[in-house]
Design a protein around this ligand. Sequence first.
Ligand code: OGA
Ligand code: MN
Length: 210
Amino acid sequence: MSGTRTFPPVQRFLQERYDEIADALAGPGFIILDNIFPATLTRDLVALIGSREDQLKRAGIGREGDYQLNDSVRGDAIQWLEAEDVTVTEFLSAMDKLRQALNERLYIGLSDYEAHFASYAPGAFYKKHRDAFRGKPGRKLSSVFYLNPDWDLTAGGELVLYDEAEEQELVRVAPECGRLILFLSEDFPHEVLPARYPRQSIAGWFRVKP
Ligand code: OGA
Ligand code: MN
């Protein structure tokens, strides 16, 4: 008899991939994970951002005093996640378990996670930027979870990660539903390319305390 084979492959969700994620963050510093949550949770998050579309507010750049809307830099509309809804709570709780798992494996002292829904209208983009600057407390690990069922791979809207020197493109990530990308916030300048269709996601950041 031939060896046993599992087919189709068993779905491995986030909580079964902590070691792999920690290794990747220690290694290249980023990882792309597909179908990382049960289909029901992903589907409920897609429905939720759909129902919130008219509550999202144009995102700004800068902090407090110098906060400004700037169409030439970013064109997304956002709403911060609050644990007021079972679906959001389930998502936040999964990300919090990931936070603890990474702390145990990498000793990086992630203290909390903040995240917002983001919606880019057709043609909207987010120019090359960094989520954090080296040596400053705050955002350490960036996450983006994509919520676009049946995404057309010719539609644009990729996330592009660059090397530290901003000279070389490292990877292009299509915003396909159920896909999660994690990358070290200080190490990868990145941009969102414009798309022909609306592009939705949850962008989030694991932070360290000052
Ligand atoms: C951000 C960001 C990437 C994406 O919100 O800071 O870089 O793919 N988002 O949506
Ligand atoms: Mn960013």
